[in-house]
Write a protein that binds this ligand. Sequence first.
Ligand SMILES: Cc1cc2nc3c(=O)[nH]c(=O)nc-3n(C[C@H](O)[C@H](O)[C@H](O)COP(=O)(O)OP(=O)(O)OC[C@H]3O[C@@H](n4cnc5c(N)ncnc54)[C@H](O)[C@@H]3O)c2cc1C
Length: 398
Amino acid sequence: MTTTQLNSTKQNPLDTPVVVIGSGLAGWSIVKEFRKLDSVTPILMVTAESGDFYAKPALSNALAHKKGPEQLVTTDAKKMVSTLGVTLLQNTVVTKIDAATQKVETSVGNFGYRQLVLATGANAVTLPIEGDGASEVVSVNSLADYAALRTKLVAGARVLIIGAGLIGCEFANDLGGAGFEVHIVDPNPGPLSSLLPIQASELLKTALSKVGVHWHLQTSVESITRESRNGLCVTLSKKEQLAVDVVLSAVGLRAQTELAKLAGAVCDRGVIVDSKLQTTLPNVFALGDNTQYAQISAGGVSRPLPYVMPIMYAAKALAQTLVGQPTDVIFPLMPVVVKTPALPIVLVPPAPAVMGEWSLVSEGIWNYAGEDGMIRGFLLMGSQTSQRAAQLKRIAVS
Ligand SMILES: Cc1cc2nc3c(=O)[nH]c(=O)nc-3n(C[C@H](O)[C@H](O)[C@H](O)COP(=O)(O)OP(=O)(O)OC[C@H]3O[C@@H](n4cnc5c(N)ncnc54)[C@H](O)[C@@H]3O)c2cc1C
């Protein structure tokens, strides 16, 4: 890939721009919100990708919607640039931030910034796995990753998914529904077991089994070796062996914090920001999967929120701050929607600090009651997902 610069006509090159690093949902959302308030200030977006706009959540149900990687792009980079009036440096990596002189260094030169927005996302976690087939494990966290996965999905391919969390279950449903032989390995006793009560996890397991998913629970992948004829041989910790063609790892993401750390910003599980999304560096802000937010709906615990809705709220608040109206981001309750059509799920998990327990209210509805007796979370499954608005009204947020 070579670096390309796409220019919009509105830029005044003499002005110091707002620089945005990253062209994922966070990068493009802050640009869109900023442009609603300021159509003049130059914006320079630097991205390691093409800058084409797509909805990342669509990656894990694209087969069901009969979409390939090309069809997932909703607006190409050129159109984004002309609509939003930005300069885009495609396929360009920011290698350093100099917070003292307010400059970013890239492979094609250095650029000053008035304000800098870090929207660098997260990287897929890689598990330590032995064997000469371990390098063939793929993860999907970008359109390019997804395109690479699709080239491996030839008819009749046997797919092993490592991790029965949100992304693993969604891919299992999508691949199983499309007729692939799907296996899932997870050290936990069931899918989504850190989020769901045990009976609900069992229901999801049964529903996914019906679309052809095979479960290998309370075990993990030890080694993967390449078999000359028969694809990959995966050995599990229980010494079971599986013959598969593709291994998809879905064991989680780690916030991309290296650049920020190198520049001296305080980072923990993400780049630490205050309620106005400012990092510990002057004029440097962050939002999206790379960010550890200061203020969240319930409990007030600082933590990453690697979902779409937080980006939308963060982008609106940050745009106000960038144009000189300092604004706190306030997140409402944001239900998690699990895209498993075999058994749709809507979930508001309790805040991390809240103690309590799940109880079944009626078929497909669970409430999480805190020790104070108040409803602190809920879970809806199947047709009960239509109760989402009503349940949200019942939940205690203080
Ligand atoms: C398969 C899948 C399904 C999902 N489904 C859902 C869902 O149903 N609902 C939901 O709410 N959330 C879902 N998510 C999560 C959601 O998609 C993410 O929270 C969101 O897309 C993150 O956007 P982002 O812009 O923060 O990060 P990213 O999309 O990762 O963007 C980061 C950008 O930064 C660039 N970058 C990084 N470092 C540099 C550098 N040094 N120089 C230049 N550029 C750099 C990257 O190239 C990229 O353009 C899903 C995620 C995945 C992977």
